[in-house]
Design a protein around this ligand. Structure first.
Ligand code: DAH
Length: 360
């Protein structure tokens, strides 16, 4: 029995699987010829369709469906082959050096000062690059960990036992399986100390999540960067010098900073590095006596919580606190960007409006 659809399918498959041509431009021409031959107005598939009228009525439906299926099949196969040829063409163009994907767009709808808008980094991304550049320059490596953590890494190992009130310091989301979208990047300290032997020097930037009431300085999803240095004889002096150097790199030598005792269960002693408020310059009020909305009259902003790694934390990770000591810090990235650019409301960085980020 003759099978006209099968014959066309076999003919197409034979052609399609024939050797692809070089250069890709020739291959694209070959594929276009195939398209015309099989899918064109006078092509083989339309010829099949025209046979439909000559068939007995009860066969027309099946035949029509089978021809349509073949049409889709041929179309999909040609698209796949075309995409492969285009990829090869782009790679060849890049190799030859005449395709410059960094050239500005000609888009007319995205213009700044009459010129096509060039894309640029979001300020949070450039802060990320600066952090990595600075700390890798000091010999730190970049470590990462999962955003959905187990409670042991997020809390217990960090000396925050279950049912201890210290856990309330973090407004925590829980998944229905009892895991936590990590409340801080400190969990990466633990993962690093479990898998590396000291000396250890890592930073770990990443997203964190808290059940916060959102306001000018708090978000439910935000960016943090953890730092950890474990070695023999590491002291508070090393911590202070390291963070002072970092703040100076970011803001220059004139920004006033101070270290203040603070409680974090995973460090002893614990500290907060505060920077003078960029808006009221430490006065707490503006010239008319109105309370500063950024620091809420404190005159200072908490920028980098830090401290000396608690011996319990070292022990939890199998590191002997009688031999090794270290410091850790966890900076709110978004805060640093606020400080860097004098932004009074964190939400501005995430609302997707270009008028702010274009200024930065
Ligand atoms: N993980 C703390 C938080 O998110 C911040 C922090 C405080 C990190 C002190 C540290 C540290 O490494 O030493 O609130």
């Amino acid at each position: 029995m003759s099978d006209p659809i099968g014959q066309v399918r076999a003919a197409f498959q034979a052609e399609a699987s024939a050797q692809t041509l070089d250069p890709p431009a020739l291959e694209l021409e070959r594929l276009e010829r195939l398209r015309v031959r099989f899918l064109g107005k006078k092509g083989d598939i339309n010829a099949l369709m025209r046979q439909l009228g000559k068939l007995p009525k009860d066969q027309r439906r099946d035949f029509g469906q089978a021809v349509n299926a073949l049409k889709t099949e041929v179309n999909d196969a040609l698209l796949t082959l075309k995409a492969a040829a285009n990829t090869r063409a782009e790679a060849a163009a890049l190799d030859a050096g005449w395709l410059d994907p960094t050239l500005p767009t000609h888009a007319t709808d995205a213009r700044v000062d009459g010129l096509p808008a060039m894309g640029h980094q979001h300020p949070i991304t450039s802060m990320l690059d600066t952090v990595i550049d600075h700390f890798t320059g000091l010999g730190f490596e970049v470590a990462s960990g999962p955003e959905i953590e187990d409670t042991w890494h997020n809390f217990d190992a960090l000396n925050i036992p279950k049912d201890h009130p210290a856990r309330d310091m973090w407004d925590t989301f829980y998944t229905t399986q009892g895991e936590v979208p990590r409340t801080h990047t400190s969990s990466v300290q633990i993962r690093t100390m479990q898998t590396q032997t000291p000396p250890i020097r890592v930073i770990s930037p990443g997203k964190c999540f808290r059940n916060e009431t959102i306001d000018a300085t708090h978000l439910a999803a935000f960016n943090q960067c953890e730092g950890l240095y474990i070695d023999k004889g590491v002291s508070l002096g090393h911590l202070k010098a390291t963070l002072e150097g970092w703040i100076q790199r970011l803001f220059g030598p004139d920004l006033q900073i101070r270290f203040r005792p603070a409680f974090y269960p995973f460090v002893e002693p614990g500290l907060d590095l505060d920077a003078q408020c960029f808006l009221c310059h430490g006065d707490g009020h503006n010239d008319d006596g109105v309370a500063c909305p950024v620091c809420r009259t404190k005159g200072w902003l908490e920028v980098i919580p830090c401290g000396m790694v608690h011996p319990n934390v070292l022990r939890n990770c199998g590191i002997d606190p009688d031999i090794w000591s270290g410091f850790a810090f966890g900076m709110g990235f978004d805060r640093l960007v606020m400080l860097q650019h004098g932004i009074d409301d964190l939400r501005r960085l995430y609302n997707g409006r270009l008028d702010l980020v274009r200024q930065l």
